[in-house]
Design a protein around this ligand. Structure first.
Ligand code: GLN
Length: 373
């Protein structure tokens, strides 16, 4: 009997989809998968309603020209270097296909965002994981990072701000990463989908430090609270966009045309009207609510500098039992580790949910912890 290819071992349900499914099945508050409870801003929705029926056919694989221009304007890069993708995930996939293959190694950090490993393996390359140091905060372990680089290393792949830790590279760390990449002649894939979600200092776009070797990934879904729209982008080093866009044309060919048009209209409005600053304020409140609530329960938390994720230690608790018995879904830290052990009791909570949901999750957790002690 014919068999599916062995690479379908990569087909197991993602931890995010699994925890969302379990949360729905058990009526749990879903602080697992990172998608906002609030709707996207009206200026985005209205632009989309106008675009459907007007912009309905294929766009070029590199994207609707006016969206490439809007992204370029927002980021201060050339539109020639911008490619529109079906979300950050397709952007990362196109880059994996364009940058590495069999025999190549890609160095990344643990804990990591789940898609990095299957995409690297689908491209035939080998992921090499370097654990982050966890003291009172998450830190890149530079000696370990440098030690992981071999003559086969092709690229460094990281997020900034970082999912799941919520940490942010300092200027010195960003410079150190770039210096390593230059020294060993590596590409850097910098997943910056949370670029507008920071609480103090903004993140440093790595491409500013090394435009010749950094590929940046961005996301309208993250910025404009519409994660299901699947509109993302890549900024390539000068001259490389045609080949990368040429690779992505063989997967989805182009992203949803009317949604590209809507995002093109919304990006300058979001910037001009201070939408991101409002979003940051609102997320800072929800972060504090969750963090103070968890601390009041006696739990150790690691304050995020960016993203809408908070990591915390809940020793002795198990994610599926938490969903079933406490009615709260969170992502178990073990899901972010494959080559090293996860810190004991590590969980990631998403706070892109309403204050009412966060409060109810805290009440449920408090009740659950009381019963268990
Ligand atoms: N980026 C989101 C998270 O980390 C969801 C990702 C997904 O489900 N593919 O939770």
């Amino acid at each position: 009997m014919a068999q599916l290819h062995p690479r379908t071992e990569l087909s197991q349900e993602s931890i995010f989809a699994r925890m969302s499914r379990l949360a729905a099945e058990h009526g749990a508050i879903n602080l697992g998968q990172g998608f906002p409870s609030n709707p996207p801003p009206p200026f985005l929705l209205e632009a989309a309603r106008r675009a459907i029926g007007t912009v309905d056919q294929y766009t070029p694989p590199a994207g609707l020209p006016r969206l490439r221009e809007a992204v370029a304007e927002d980021l201060g890069v050339s539109p020639q270097e911008v490619i529109i993708t079906a979300g950050g995930t397709e952007a990362l996939h196109a880059l994996a296909e364009a940058l590495y293959g069999p025999g190549d190694e890609v160095v990344m950090l643990e804990p990591y965002f789940d898609v990095y490993i299957p995409q690297t393996r689908m491209a035939g390359a080998t992921p090499v994981m370097v654990p982050m140091r966890l003291t009172d905060r998450w830190e890149v372990d530079f000696p370990a990072l440098e030690g992981a680089i071999t003559p086969r290393t092709k690229a460094l792949l990281l997020t900034n701000p970082y999912n799941p830790t919520g940490s942010l590279l300092s200027k010195a760390e960003a410079e150190q990463i770039v210096a390593l990449a230059r020294q060993h002649d590596l590409w850097i894939v910098s997943d910056e989908v949370y670029d507008e979600l920071y609480f103090n200092e903004p993140p440093i776009p790595l491409r500013r430090l090394a435009p010749e070797r950094v590929f940046t990934v961005g996301s309208a879904g993250k910025r404009l609270e519409a994660t299901g729209w699947r509109i993302g982008w890549i900024v390539t080093p000068p001259g490389l966009a045609p080949q990368v866009a040429g690779m992505r044309q063989w997967s989805s060919f182009c992203s949803a045309a009317p949604l590209q048009a809507a995002v093109a209209e919304a990006l300058p409005i979001a910037r001009k009207e201070g939408f991101y600053a409002q979003l940051r304020e609102s997320y800072a409140r929800r972060k504090d609510l969750l963090e103070q609530g968890l601390r009041a329960l006696g739990l150790k938390t690691f304050s995020p500098a960016g993203t809408y994720f908070l990591t915390a230690l809940l020793p002795g608790l198990e994610a599926e039992a938490l969903v079933r018995e406490a009615g709260v879904a969170a992502i178990p830290g073990s899901a972010f580790y494959t080559q090293h052990p996860a810190p004991k009791g590590l969980f990631r909570f998403a706070f892109c949910k309403t204050e009412a949901e966060i409060e109810e999750a805290l009440r449920r957790l408090a009740g659950y912890l009381k019963v268990r002690t």
